[in-house]
Ligand binder design. Structure first.
Ligand SMILES: Nc1ncnc2c1ncn2[C@@H]1O[C@H](COP(=O)(O)OP(=O)(O)OP(=O)(O)O)[C@@H](O)[C@H]1O
Length: 264
């Protein structure tokens, strides 16, 4: 079990001259166990702020986040966060394998057979093989491409056996082809490892391709504009899913929602 309940959750930051700035007007949202929910919306609408509050990395100004009924007031042990900037999240002085071992070391959810530290190098290599980097274990992060580094970050997060994975624009810094491959990798891992995923992106097609539900945040931190159920069949694939009439209808609807109000 790992359902997330966001209730009346809002955030204000102290602005210049002490005037509060609303980053997110109160939102209420339920994210079901093993669901895949994506937050979209214009820059500055509060996507990362919402994700960070769910992660216990940011204190709300009002409202609550609970996971299976337990209030989140610090980063929960069953949750892992994958950041946009893989360069900041990996340990550059450690090999790729050691980075994944870091995920094992800091987990409270290892299986009994995973608690034996002598097994960690081989377990780390299994996770690396799962993300297609079985032959890169001895490399350092700087020796890998951006997409490969993000794979390491995902392998490290998975090694902690999270029940919830939050991903904040994880693929925005990689090229389009790598991005498509990473989307498919993430869907496979989500299917195989059964975690609840909350994803942030600016990319409407990516949101639809991945998710069960897309939550559109209104500009200026005004809260939730719409919630769109994505009932496209799974497994999805890069060639046919985006050509489905229902995908095209959903994309048109989502674009209307995101482009509404004013243009940049
Ligand atoms: N630590 C902070 N101090 C002051 N204001 C902040 C802080 N963090 C975020 N904000 C403000 O809160 C608002 C929402 O920011 P947030 O990063 O959540 O938006 P976002 O939708 O994730 O944006 P983007 O798509 O550009 O990443 C913005 O106006 C931002 O400037």
């Amino acid at each position: 079990m790992n359902s997330i309940a966001v209730t009346d959750l809002g955030k204000e930051f102290a602005g210049r001259q002490g005037h509060p700035v609303t980053a997110l007007s109160p939102v209420t949202l339920d994210i079901p166990t093993n669901g895949f929910v994506t937050l979209v919306g214009r820059s500055g609408c509060g996507k990362s702020t919402l994700l960070r509050m769910i992660a216990g990395l940011e204190q709300p100004s009002r409202g609550t986040v609970t996971i299976d009924g337990r209030p989140v007031d610090q980063p929960p042990s069953e949750l892992r966060y994958v950041f946009q900037s893989y360069a900041d999240s990996l340990l550059p002085w450690r090999t790729v394998e050691e980075n994944v071992i870091f995920g094992l070391r800091h987990s409270h959810h290892l299986l009994p057979e995973e608690r034996n530290r002598r097994r960690w190098p081989s377990i780390a290599r299994e996770y690396l093989a799962e993300v297609g980097l079985g032959d890169k274990a001895d490399r350092y992060p700087a020796e890998l491409s951006g997409g490969q580094q993000q794979r390491v970050a995902i392998a490290r997060a998975l090694a902690a056996r999270p029940e919830i994975l939050l991903l904040d624009e994880p693929f925005s810094a990689v090229d389009a082809l790598s991005r498509a491959t990473l989307q498919d990798l993430l869907l496979r891992l989500w299917h195989d490892h059964l975690f609840t995923a909350v994803f942030v992106t600016h990319d409407i097609d990516e949101a639809l391709y991945l998710s069960d539900e897309v939550v559109v945040l209104a500009p200026g931190g005004a809260g939730i504009r719409d919630r769109i159920e994505v009932d496209l069949p799974r497994p999805r694939d890069q060639l046919t899913t985006p050509t489905l009439p229902s995908f095209i209808d959903l994309r048109t609807r989502l674009l209307r929602e995101v482009l509404a109000d004013h243009g940049d």
